[in-house]
Write a protein that binds this ligand. Structure first.
Ligand code: FDP
Length: 368
């Protein structure tokens, strides 16, 4: 059961309510910043509407798109939580006990997002980690002003073992002329031009975390009410953490600098304690912990994945946008991930993300 303070107006004394209120900020011209205070317990929808009211020129398109994404997150979350029951686990092409075709959970998540968003009229093209080519909006629907990129189900290796997985998304403004179908050009935009990014984590509870660049807010899903409620306003990353997160099984495939950094970070010395290792194997879950607790998440290039493993557009850029908005650092080893100009839809990149001091340490070793 959720604590009473989750719900802002349900019998909570006003003194308690005002103590839970977070002040407003609005720092970037492109962001949709709140003009009002957002009390704990605010629904995602109200949070978006409060922000929209603070932008007289806002048309409601952004809020509309987010409402569709939130609906998709609820549908996917519901199916993920029933995955073991509904016989949905497994590969595409297999049949369940009823003899029906089993749809792989990541295919399902992909179709839910596409079908929820395409008819809304807010988007002109989509890019998905699951789909080779740009996903065009059928001509019977309005062609909107935004561009949506997403990884429908990140950490798919965790699906069959009932561990955390997630959906990652980012939104850009279109570059091609209004009213036409969007193209690859709209999708190949750097992270620095992201208007908003976020993720949904399907875990012990489901959460939606998003940012428009000025702050990062987290919403926890209450399945009884069917709403995401503000639970983690203005997430800030500590300057330094105590956890490193990397697939250490790749140790012998790494370059020497990464090996030396891992040897160093787990060894206690006069100046520092040994860091703890945590690696779930789903970027969204590993970075969710890193956002809340600090520390560092790294997926470097290695002998097998020469460009790194993670996808720039569907994983690295959106998460870098959130990490930076929360006060962290996100690098590919040489430059800010947000400054990388994408050349291909499914381009990969090495990733060093987390608390600024921890990333600086790793980069010092990686450059050696
Ligand atoms: P997955 O392949 O299970 O979908 O890029 C996808 C990703 O998971 C990330 O979510 C995760 O951080 C990484 O790959 C895990 O890769 P390793 O199994 O090589 O550690």
């Amino acid at each position: 059961m959720m604590p009473a303070h989750w719900y802002p107006n349900l019998g909570m004394p006003s003194a308690v309510r005002s103590a839970l209120v977070c002040p407003a900020t609005m720092s970037r011209a492109v962001s949709i910043g709140p003009t009002q205070e957002s009390p704990i317990g605010t629904t995602l929808e109200r949070h978006l509407l409060d922000r929209q009211r603070g932008m007289p020129e806002a048309t409601g398109d952004f809020t509309g798109l987010f409402q569709q994404l939130s609906l998709a997150a609820k549908i996917i979350g519901s199916r993920v939580s029933k995955a073991g029951l509904s016989g949905i686990l497994g590969r595409t092409g297999t049949t369940n006990v009823q003899g029906e075709q089993v749809q792989k959970l990541d295919d399902f998540a992909n179709s839910v997002i596409v079908s929820t968003v395409e008819a809304g009229g807010h988007v002109c093209v989509m890019g998905s980690e699951e789909v080779e080519e740009p996903i065009q909006i059928p001509l019977q629907y309005p062609q909107g002003k935004y561009v949506l990129q997403f990884d429908p189900l990140d950490g798919s290796g965790n699906i069959d073992i009932n561990a955390s997985i997630g959906t990652i998304f980012s939104i850009h403004r279109r570059l091609t002329p209004d009213g036409e179908q969007g193209t690859l050009k709209d999708l190949l935009q750097p992270g620095s031009d992201i208007v908003a990014a976020g993720y949904v984590i399907y875990g012990s509870s489901n959460m939606l975390v998003y940012s428009t660049g000025d702050q990062v807010d987290g919403f926890t899903y209450d399945p009884g009410v069917g709403e995401f409620f503000l639970s983690h306003p203005k997430i800030r990353m500590p300057q330094r953490g105590g956890i490193y997160s990397i697939n250490e099984g790749n140790y012998h495939k790494w370059e020497e600098g990464i090996r030396k950094w891992v040897d160093w970070i787990k060894a206690p010395s006069e100046n520092k304690k040994a860091y703890s290792l945590r690696y779930i194997g789903a970027m969204v879950a590993d970075l969710h912990r890193t956002l809340l607790r600090g520390g560092i998440f790294v997926y470097p290039a290695d002998a097998k994945n020469k460009q790194g493993k993670l996808r720039l557009l569907y994983e690295a850029s959106p998460m870098a946008f959130l990490v930076e908005a929360a006060g962290g650092t996100a690098s590919d080893g040489q430059r800010r991930i947000l400054t990388i100009e994408p050349e291909e839809l499914h381009q990969r990149t090495p990733v060093f993300m987390g608390s600024p001091d921890d990333v600086a340490d790793a980069l010092r070793f990686a450059g050696s």
